[in-house]
Write a protein that binds this ligand. Structure first.
Ligand code: R5P
Length: 296
């Protein structure tokens, strides 16, 4: 029996591409909101006895999580033999410690929720910083793919000399992997964050790169303030218009427009759909899902 891949709202294109690549069936799910805001879900494709995977990229997670958990529960209730989650972007990884007294360590609680509803999960470049492995917080297998070779391939296709900048210490693992894969040098800056939209970056060590185009590399562009501050400082210092290259383009609060107005070009993978999502990670997700589906 073929596995069945379902796309949650907004993930239809990824689900369809994944079902083709995996040779799986594409499932249909009806999801609408009752007038009072509750979710109505109906699984239109039979799942009894089938391995099932739901595709749901988890940017803006609070708007999605309940319907996702309800859909997973319905699949099990209808007899699916296993239910996996293909989450190209996995949210809530950054609150990986209690920075201030009383804070919820939401990465752990989110992991507990997903682990209780899915048999396996696959994702691309989760923000593993203080955790070194997903098994520290997830109780089910989590297949992790890395987009560095995809970003590096994009850089190899660019003309002219470029160098990479990681805007903060947390970006080092990503900028180092992309630099190694593309054979391009990188430097890492120091950032201090005073609030969600208030960051400053100390630049140093750029003297050697005069005349080259800077490429800012990070795992994600969220509000875009990290990238925006970096772009403005680079342009003010006389560098050519930078490229902002990231795995996940959350791009909240018109970040793409703000970055472009500051003189940058924004390029991300398609873990989150949108106009900057130019680099395809579906083959990577398919490989990871294939491994999980083969376990049963
Ligand atoms: C943080 O550690 C991440 O790697 C990103 O640098 C950060 O999340 C970007 O956030 P924002 O776009 O809101 O400045």
């Amino acid at each position: 029996m073929k596995p069945v891949i379902f796309g949650m709202p907004g993930n239809e294109a990824a689900a369809s591409a994944l079902s083709r690549t995996l040779g799986a069936a594409l499932g249909e799910i009806e999801h609408r909101q009752f007038p009072d805001g509750e979710s109505y879900l109906r699984i239109l494709t039979p799942v009894s006895g089938a391995q099932v995977a739901l595709v749901c990229s988890l940017h803006e997670p609070d708007n999605k999580i309940l319907a996702l958990l309800l859909a997973a529960a319905a699949m099990k209730d209808l007899g699916a033999s296993s239910v996996g989650l293909i989450a190209p972007y996995l949210a809530y990884m950054r609150q990986d410690t209690r920075f201030k007294d009383g804070e919820a360590v939401t990465s752990r609680e989110f992991a507990r929720l997903l682990s209780g509803s899915f048999d396996w999960i696959v994702t691309i470049d989760p923000h593993l910083h203080r955790y070194t492995s997903m098994s520290e917080i997830y109780r089910v297998p989590v297949g992790v793919g890395h987009a560095a070779p995809v970003l590096a391939d994009y850089l190899r296709r660019k003309r002219g000399e470029v160098f990479l900048i990681g805007p903060d210490e947390e970006s080092e693992q990503w900028v180092a992997a992309v630099g190694a894969s593309a054979g391009v040098p990188y430097v890492v800056m120091r950032k201090s964050r005073r609030g969600d939209r208030d960051v400053s970056i100390t630049f140093s060590g750029l003297e050697a790169f005069g005349g080259q185009r800077p490429v800012l590399v990070d795992d994600m562009i969220s509000s875009g303030h990290t990238m925006e501050v970096a772009v403005r400082q680079l342009v003010e210092s006389g560098f050519a218009a930078p490229i902002c290259l990231a795995v996940h383009g959350i791009l909240a609060e018109n970040a793409k427009t703000r970055l472009e107005s500051a003189g940058a070009q924004v390029v991300t993978t398609n873990t989150i759909p949108g106009p900057a999502a130019k680099l395809d990670v579906v083959p990577l997700l398919a490989e990871l899902a294939e491994v999980e589906l083969a376990r049963k």
